[in-house]
Design a protein around this ligand. Structure first.
Ligand SMILES: Nc1nc2c(ncn2[C@@H]2O[C@H](COP(=O)(O)OP(=O)(O)OP(=O)(O)O)[C@@H](O)[C@H]2O)c(=O)[nH]1
Ligand SMILES: [Mg+2]
Length: 344
């Protein structure tokens, strides 16, 4: 409390020490009354708002390629997470925050669940493990068009959890009512306490209805983040993700999985962002494929990435890209920590 406000709240003390004239004393008492009434009014308004305010963590879990990132983006109304037709696109837990007047939903997009082959995968699965625990609502996304069963260990964890579960049968556009009903029966048996919703994240079918159900289940709570925040991740992070998305789209087989992307320099000028990106890959042969004949392949990736970056940062982007070989980075704990894949 500042000395000024202390004096305002305790006029007798301040008046004694200041030896005020009588007129000043009355003026000061009225001032105090107005001030305290104002403070109480603010406190009451805040209390009402706080008690009508809902907020919570909605963690999106599921097999690779089920459409988790597409669903988070659809629920946010904003493309935050990268999306590709290839499995294991998402490698980090990415929070996307949706703010309404009286609610805040903190979604977490997570990597698709799998049995780890590399230390990188272990790190990714650790974040999924945390997301299964620290949720107010677990949203299990299932590709209704895919017959593959849900990752067994993950299913067992969800069966035991006390956290409310929504099963989202995604890709409704591909399977229609009949296909969706068949998968509904499977999950009704596996997770009898869960609520099950068919949606198409891509075609935005039943997404609004799902959002209304999420808001309905949120606990009463003040917001966790400032109401103008959209994510816990930085612009640098999303810029690197855009490059990774283009690598996933432009190369096949091992290449996308053997690459990591780092933003080495990000200079934000009023009219232009100057960005230098380093692509790390595991072998010389992969580096040659990435660069392509006369640099053509890397140029294509750069052009696509720059366009997306420009709409993301809302200004021109000058993009430079370099490729470096770093053998075995996917199994090197030190490297994984530096890339943010391993929390100790
Ligand atoms: N037809 C159809 N395709 C969808 C739908 N939702 C997602 N997809 C497609 O499914 C593919 C995978 O989508 P993602 O959102 O990247 O899936 P993910 O679960 O985040 O995948 P990982 O990050 O690899 O675990 C992409 O090609 C999407 O366009 C949908 O509702 N209908
Ligand atoms: Mg994803």
């Amino acid at each position: 409390m500042s000395p000024t406000s202390y004096q305002l709240l305790h006029p007798a003390i301040s008046n004694n020490s200041l030896k005020p004239k009588r007129t000043y004393f009355f003026y000061s008492v009225w001032g105090v009354q107005i001030y305290t009434n104002f403070v109480s009014a603010i406190q009451i308004i805040y209390f009402i708002l706080e008690n009508n305010h809902k907020a919570g963590f909605v963690n999106i879990i599921g097999n690779p390629n089920a459409g988790k990132s597409t669903l988070m983006n659809a629920l946010l109304g904003e493309k935050l997470s990268i999306v590709t037709p290839k499995a294991q696109t998402t490698r980090h837990r990415i929070m996307g925050i949706l703010n309404g007047d009286d609610y805040q939903i903190v979604y977490s997009d997570t990597p698709g669940v799998l049995d780890p082959k590399y230390k990188l995968h272990e790190g990714m699965m650790k974040t999924v493990g945390t997301a299964l625990i620290d949720a107010d609502l677990i949203m299990l996304v299932v590709d209704a068009s895919d017959k593959a069963p849900l990752h067994k260990a993950t299913l067992e964890k969800i069966q035991k959890t006390e956290v409310p579960v929504f099963v989202v049968l995604n890709k409704f556009d591909l399977v229609g009512n009949d296909g969706s009903n068949a998968v509904f029966e499977v999950y009704k048996e596996l997770l009898p306490n869960a609520r099950i919703f068919p949606v198409s994240a891509l075609e935005k079918i039943y997404v609004k209805e799902l959002l209304a159900e999420i808001i309905a289940i949120l606990p009463a709570s003040p917001p966790y983040f400032p109401k103008d925040e959209l994510s816990d991740r930085t612009q640098r992070f999303f810029v690197a993700e855009i490059v990774r998305e283009k690598i996933f789209m432009n190369y096949d087989r091992e290449i996308p999985y053997s690459c990591e992307v780092m933003v080495e320099e990000y200079i934000d000028e009023p009219e232009i962002a100057r960005i230098r990106v380093l692509i790390i890959t595991e072998r010389e042969s992969q580096k040659r494929i990435l660069i392509g004949h006369q640099g053509g392949s890397l140029k294509r990736v750069g052009t696509q990435a720059r366009k997306d970056m420009e709409s993301f940062v809302g200004k021109k982007v000058f993009l430079q890209m370099f490729v470096k070989v770093d053998e075995n980075w996917r199994n090197d704990l030190g490297r994984l920590k530096s890339f943010g894949y391993w929390e100790s």
